[in-house]
Design a protein around this ligand. Sequence first.
Ligand SMILES: Cc1cc2nc3c(=O)[nH]c(=O)nc-3n(C[C@H](O)[C@H](O)[C@H](O)COP(=O)(O)OP(=O)(O)OC[C@H]3O[C@@H](n4cnc5c(N)ncnc54)[C@H](O)[C@@H]3O)c2cc1C
Length: 213
Amino acid sequence: MNHKVIGIRDLTASTYVLQLERNGVAFKAGQCISLGVKDHGLNREYSTYSGEHETDFEFLIKEVAGGTVSCALRCVRPGDEVTFSGPFGSFVLDAPQDLSRRYLFIGTGTGIAPFRSYVRSHPDIDWQILHGVRTLEERYDHQDYDPERYTACVSSETGGDYHGRVTTYLRENPVDPDTICYLCGNSAMLTEVFDILREQGVSGNGLFTEAFF
Ligand SMILES: Cc1cc2nc3c(=O)[nH]c(=O)nc-3n(C[C@H](O)[C@H](O)[C@H](O)COP(=O)(O)OP(=O)(O)OC[C@H]3O[C@@H](n4cnc5c(N)ncnc54)[C@H](O)[C@@H]3O)c2cc1C
């Protein structure tokens, strides 16, 4: 199936938001879609960045150096079509209707994408986002979040909410073991954070992970 491009919103030199027509496709926040440039024959998975109730689809994409699809998708223009299949995956919120639950969403870089989709889809849940980035400009769309609920851990620049990596932040600020934790980003970060949270008493049943690479 093809979906028409509505626009591209540049966030940094390497990261952009791709906006596509929804065409009535239903999805659960946090699922991913396989996208590609029409006639290129190559697709990659991208997590939903927009909410379940929004008119269009949005995806937060980082151009990987030398990457095939992430770079090609940046060149599409409004009115072009991209290949689209999905939704896929089960990195979705467990029991969002239970408003007594506390959620902690930990993402690095574009790993914040599914979490934006969660909080836009389920505005009444009790959530905190811990976003690990290298630079201040990588706090993608940070103005969209309640500052009381969004903590940017910025490792290479000062001026964020915390100067350092998410792992150091978590060691200094242990998590309540009853918190339901969702982790998204590169696999090395996931492993390290998973171990820290388990040591802090978070149950394996309350830990969900999605690896981008
Ligand atoms: C379930 C799932 C959801 C994903 N959601 C997103 C998303 O929302 N946004 C997003 O930008 N990417 C996301 N990705 C990664 C995406 O699918 C591609 O791997 C990425 O865009 C690179 O594709 P490419 O064709 O440009 O690079 P390729 O030509 O496939 O290869 C480039 C190399 O870069 C590595 N790589 C992949 N991603 C990154 C990265 N972010 N940083 C550094 N190196 C990387 C790969 O391991 C590979 O070795 C997701 C991946 C999965 C599995």
